[in-house]
Ligand binder design. Structure first.
Ligand code: ATP
Ligand code: LTN
Length: 331
């Protein structure tokens, strides 16, 4: 395989407005990687339609998500930023990989089990084969590393299994990717229900990247904690307080022990205000920059078109190799 910088691939669905969870679990780490690695970041609209979307809203969110990627520090010159449906190789490789994925493997995916409960009236084949498309995303770019939150680890592991299986039959076709899960912020919990992951499709207890400062402060003030008064990092017994401490640590870079010492002897009110403030300080410049970027749609369109062109150059090479290995007649 060619001699090059290590490659990173990741993506987020434009299925809702970006949250503090997707920022701390994924995007924050993406921008830290752009100097050292060759990075490809995608807006995965094909994945978003695995549950029903409103076409107008989907279109708006797709462009807003691109603006937020850039506002979070992803330089569109250094990174390849693109929209999944603009690179048809994703859907093509997904079909092929689906023929090398077991029904049983897909049945075991936690996200499928959860989403099929949430959308019990619309459990589509797309929802079931979602992880195969994700494997195609990753493998098309000969990705070395996939920075995601904890909830996506199982999907990256399935991707590795598919790649190993394919390579076992056809030779060294795909690079085997590693997941990258951050130490802090890998699983930000909802502020209303700290037993559930903060998620854009559950707006209750969810902080959005574009929330104004007063809304963020209010959401933290109302965060669920517990009835004892001790500020201690203990996710099992004190999920609400530990979640606030994790958010604080993920943003400030402090360890949970340092944060505990800093808040020792203080009340939950002080903790909530402090965490709310550090989140506001982090998100305010991102919101302002997003608004500026959204004022120039033509520029954003130029960025995603350039991104798709660069992405396609890589993806089409991989797909060509796969076709040859499978024995498809040359075009
Ligand atoms: P949906 O509710 O539509 O499933 P989501 O809010 O869970 O969406 P995704 O688009 O699935 O967000 O995730 C985008 C990225 O952010 C993934 O890498 C995912 O692991 C990460 N992520 C999402 N929510 C969290 C969270 N609460 N904590 C840490 N990382 C998260
Ligand atoms: N399934 C991911 C989004 C996603 C992704 C990817 C992440 C689609 N394709 C490739 C990393 C690499 C999610 O966050 N729900």
């Amino acid at each position: 395989m060619e001699n090059r910088k290590k490659r990173i691939f990741s993506g987020i669905q434009p299925s809702g407005d970006l949250t503090l969870g997707s920022y701390l679990g994924a995007i924050k780490n993406w921008s830290a990687m752009q100097e050292e690695f060759e990075c490809v970041y995608c807006i995965v609209d094909l994945h978003a339609i695995t549950v029903r979307q409103d076409p107008e809203v989907l279109k708006r969110r797709t462009i807003e998500q691109l603006a937020q990627y850039i506002a979070c520090g992803l330089d569109p010159e250094k990174n390849i930023l693109f929209i999944q449906s603009h690179v048809p190789e994703h859907a093509e490789l997904s079909w092929i990989l689906g023929c090398y994925t077991q029904f049983g493997e897909l049945s075991r995916m936690t996200q499928f089990k959860q989403k099929s409960q949430q959308h019990a009236d619309n459990i589509t084949a797309g929802l079931f084969t979602y992880p195969v498309l994700m494997a195609a995303d990753i493998l098309l770019y000969n990705t070395d590393c996939v920075p995601v939150g904890e909830d996506q680890k199982q999907h990256v592991e399935l991707c590795r299994d598919i790649a190993v299986r394919f390579n076992g039959i056809y030779g060294d076709v795909f690079r085997i990717p590693e997941p990258f899960i951050p130490k802090m912020g890998a699983r930000v919990m909802g502020l209303k229900n700290p037993l559930n992951k903060m998620s854009k499709s559950e707006p209750e207890g969810c902080v959005f990247l574009l929330d104004p400062p007063e809304v963020i402060a209010k959401k933290f003030k109302r965060a669920v904690t517990d009835s004892d008064m001790e500020i201690r990092f203990d996710p099992e017994n004190k999920p609400g307080v530990s979640n606030l401490l994790s958010i604080y640590c993920a943003i400030t870079g402090k360890t949970p022990q340092e944060a505990e010492a800093e808040f020792a002897g203080q009340g939950y009110g002080t903790l909530k205000t402090a965490v709310g403030e550090c989140v506001v300080n982090k998100l305010t410049p991102i919101r302002e920059e997003t608004e500026k970027l959204l004022a120039d749609r033509a520029h954003l369109e130029e960025i995603y078109r350039m991104g798709a062109k660069r992405a396609r150059e890589i993806a089409s090479e991989t797909l060509k190799t796969v076709h040859e290995k499978l024995g498809f007649a040359a075009r």
